[in-house]
Design a protein around this ligand. Structure first.
Ligand SMILES: Nc1ncnc2c1ncn2[C@@H]1O[C@H](COP(=O)(O)OP(=O)(O)O)[C@@H](O)[C@H]1O
Ligand SMILES: [Mg+2]
Length: 276
């Protein structure tokens, strides 16, 4: 992990170049979901990808992990083109990426701890069973669920399932962590606790985060940067301050439904990290 910056020549963790993607519709037509999307996400920062439901946020994320291929354009992760690189290179990149799926995607046949250990078995076969167990216990503490290794996942609450998904996303110590709607379906207190976890993990582990959300308010506490998707296009992309003060009519409409913007000097601004 330590020599990764030299391996990829310092390429940004994520770079999309003119990415387009459409899906066939049942009527014989096609639905354009991503329409010539270009964007770069810088290392060590948290980028929130926001936009209304159905706008292509999850589709974008699936391109980044290589689960979907673009019709045209390039998706580069740590400099590697995920659609055309040899399988071995794609696998090496995947080892450096952690992902929390929208629904948590836990295996209900496995215990809580075995769910978290799953990517370790796949990517860290160099670790002994004892080392894996210790690592799982450690991330369980990080997500404030100490001692739950043997708890069946069916006995977990919605908030606990999210935390377990989060623990699984970080257990391999990835350099890039992708969260699809980490706060959706959570009560405000659990949601705040997840935000606090994301912020403290970024500070402690210096990882690059991508947080997907349909709710801009939910991202303001964690995001350094905001990328707004609408109708297949990136309509805004910049620091949190730049985007929340943007004059773009679509951005204003989206923001207007969500929050009253704090002005510089408002104590509310103090909670926003790294305002540029
Ligand atoms: N594999 C697929 N096949 C066909 N249509 C899809 C597929 N994945 C997503 N879509 C469609 O693409 C659009 C964007 O989906 P998605 O990225 O999941 O939205 P969201 O922004 O809510 O995450 C939706 O209309 C969805 O139905
Ligand atoms: Mg989605």
């Amino acid at each position: 992990m330590t020599d990764s910056t030299t391996l990829d020549g310092g390429a940004p963790p994520i770079e999309l170049r003119h990415v387009s993607k459409q899906f066939p519709t049942s009527g014989g037509g096609s639905l354009v979901v991503l329409d010539d999307v270009s964007l770069t996400m810088p290392r060590g920062q948290t980028t929130a990808v926001i936009g209304p439901s159905g706008t292509g946020k999850s589709v974008l994320l699936k391109h980044i992990v290589g689960l979907l291929r673009p019709d045209s354009g390039e998706v580069r992760v740590f400099g590697v083109d995920m659609a055309t690189a040899p399988e071995k290179r794609v696998y090496e990149v995947r080892k450096r990426v952690g992902m929390l799926f929208q629904d948590g995607a836990l295996f209900d046949s496995l215990s809580t701890g075995d769910n978290i250990a799953f990517p370790l078995a796949r990517h860290r076969s160099d670790l002994t069973a004892k080392e894996r167990r210790e690592r799982v216990e450690h991330v369980l503490e990080m997500v404030e669920l100490p001692g739950l290794y043997n708890r069946p996942t069916s006995a977990l609450s919605g908030g606990q399932r999210k935390r377990v998904g989060l623990a699984r996303a970080i257990v391999t110590e990835p350099e890039l962590v992708l969260f699809d709607e980490p706060n959706s379906g959570l009560d405000p207190m659990t949601s705040d606790a997840i935000d606090a976890l994301i912020v403290s993990m970024k500070e402690k582990l210096h990882v690059t985060f991508v947080v997907i959300s349909h709710d801009i308010v939910g991202t303001l506490n964690v995001a350094d940067r905001i990328c707004m998707l609408y109708a297949g296009k990136v309509v805004a992309n910049g620091t949190t301050a730049e985007v929340t003060h943007s004059d773009h009519p679509m951005v204003r409409r989206f923001l207007g439904r969500n929050l009253v913007l704090p002005e510089p000097g408002d104590p509310a601004m103090a909670t926003l990290p790294h305002i540029g």
